[in-house]
Design a protein around this ligand. Sequence first.
Ligand code: MSP
Length: 510
Amino acid sequence: MARVYLTTPIYYVNDKPHIGHAYTSLATDVLARWKRLEGHEVFFLTGTDEHGQKVEKAAQDAGMAPQEFTDQVSQSFRTLAERMGFSNDDFIRTTEPRHKRACTALWEELTRRDEIYLGHYEGWYAVRDEGFYGPDELTERDGVKYAPSGAPVAWVKEPSYFFRLSKWQDWLLRYYEENPDFIAPASRRNEVIAFVKSGLQDLSISRTSFTWGVPVPGDPAHVMYVWLDALTNYITAAGYPDGDAPRWPFWTDHDVTHFVGKDIVRFHAIYWPAFLAAAGIAPPKRVFAHGWWTNEGQKISKSLGNVIDPLALIDEYGLDPIRYFLLREVPFGNDGDFSRTALANRTNGELADTLGNLANRTLSLIQRNCEGRLPAATAGRAEDAALLEGLATLPARVGAHLDAQEFHLALEAIMAEARAANGYITVMQPWALKKTDAVRMAEVLRQLHNAIRVFATVLQPVMPTTMAALLDQLGVPEQARGLADLATPLPEGTALPPPSPLFRKIEAPA
Ligand code: MSP
């Protein structure tokens, strides 16, 4: 099985984490867990982006030294990762020595290859995005100019090092053409291609008007542009510049996917592959850009006071229903609206009434009618065929959807089979068979047990805690919870513990 490298963006530590941060990392976590279930060797990276003008200003506003400030806010992202159950293998901070070393090495390599020159920058800059914009990209309201993201821009004029981005324009277009899956979804890919075709300017990659950053080697009056610094984290964590670092093969095996929000596609799909190619390093395989959440129909913003705190949500509703909802409700590339009514509908209708009820009915009947012991596995009769066929192909279908980052379709496919299993139980009426045909009753309950085992196994990446509890109730040993284990039936007579409900219903707001 191959190596798979998955990353989240590294989060700015200017403020505490909100639902958007939790969302990007959750999707990455689910794919990482799925790839491990498939038997791959996975490296899942997240972390914090701690340099630059935006963070420096946030520290000043908090009346703290930048390092002290970033230590504190970075910790809140670690806490988020723990509370959200993320299974990241590393947590990188751009203020760590290993990262400064990697940035310095990359800069020196680019210099050696004549990809960097000293000049003078004069143009528009948005501190909120830490991004440069051309005049034709801006809109003006009440005398203030704004970037397409809505961030205000200011005119910057200072000495700067430049990266020869313009030189990489044709190479980038060829790379997009030859690797049609590099940028997804397709709408983002088209945007990026149009932008690159419109002509790339050389990119300012150092700043002199503040000091909170990695110093430029040999010219410490400059700090590196925060996006060059930040993007480099993905190779720092793999061990760059040490070619024999244990994790470097995760980069060179080329199965690298960067999960990002739609607002930061340009940095990942244009600047990043160009920096890498210019330094002689292979670009990543894929950049997937997800959409943005709104809150009950409104844009989420601090000034509107409607920021959603993921920790508060978990406290109120439990972790797994939130993990399920975020990936189930909205196609991953689209914008979506967070509403408590929608959360209640998904949790009650799909988790409690469909999956929870199926498990509870089946396991209670086994408890009551089979003395709590698993009936023998059988091939199945004609009436079982539809259920069995759906189950046989389910893991592969879920895997294909996840590989395409179609989380909602993966979950819909599982729910469709769970609904089918509920239909099967209604038709078969195992409770009635007890008196008329006890052999058939045992067969039906075993088919249902098998079905629930498949659902619990494939749902582990999305709801790790609840599915571990369900697999316990199903009597599946901890070492037999991988996808490959589904081929081995559990032994007849396995003792099952008495079932208990898996999901609590949520009251919908009036
Ligand atoms: N530091 C940069 C990333 C550097 S990666 C080399 C950054 N950080 S961020 O903290 O501002 O944003 C991180 C992620 O959160 C982005 O992918 C962004 O799209 C996501 N979200 C921020 N608000 C969001 C929503 N309201 N909804 C969904 N995701 C959103 O950008």
